[in-house]
Ligand binder design. Structure first.
Ligand SMILES: [Cu+2]
Length: 168
């Protein structure tokens, strides 16, 4: 009889639909929410991606690499306060502690998309792959949105980023 399996299947499908509706990407070990890429003027060759990473497991994790077909290079970045001026620094990894979340947000941690292959327009979708220290890869899609720049240390929409890149 096929029928006993149906309620389970229905529950599984409902769960999948819910996951898709909330734009949550769930790997075995890391959930990504609110992924978005900052819209930048067409002349800009760099932009940043933001998201919230949640580690539901009981072991610490770290994102050690990121890739995107939209950019020649994708780096992991953080902002640091240098004498009151926020500057960007490349970091080797973005840690997500067991049972905790790490927020990638304007003025803090972010993914840097460098050498954009084409201008990004508001509403475009950008594919991003995160590589974890466990070797696991996680693919997600982030919409391009207008995102206000936080903090007074950055001049203009892309000023902090551009300056940081030429600095190292
Ligand atoms: Cu950056």
């Amino acid at each position: 009889m096929l029928y006993p399996a149906l309620p389970f299947l229905r529950t599984a499908l409902a769960g999948l639909a819910l996951a898709l509706a909330s734009q949550t990407v769930l790997a075995q070990s890391l959930a990504v929410e609110n992924a978005q890429v900052r819209a930048v003027p067409p002349v800009s060759t760099t932009t940043a991606a933001f998201m919230v990473l949640t580690n539901p497991g009981d072991g610490d994790l770290a994102v050690v690499e990121a890739h995107s077909p939209a950019a020649g290079t994708t780096e992991l970045h953080n902002h640091v306060d240098v004498d009151g001026v926020m500057q960007m620094r490349r970091v080797d990894e973005i840690g997500v502690s067991a049972g905790a979340s790490t927020e990638l947000a304007p003025g803090g941690l972010h993914l840097m998309l460098i050498d954009l292959v084409a201008p990004l327009h508001e509403g475009d979708e950008v594919e991003i792959t995160l590589v974890l220290d466990s070797g696991e890869s996680l693919e997600l899609t982030a919409p391009v949105r207008r995102i206000e720049v936080m903090g007074g240390g950055m001049h203009g929409q892309d000023g902090g980023h551009g300056g940081g890149h030429h600095g190292h």
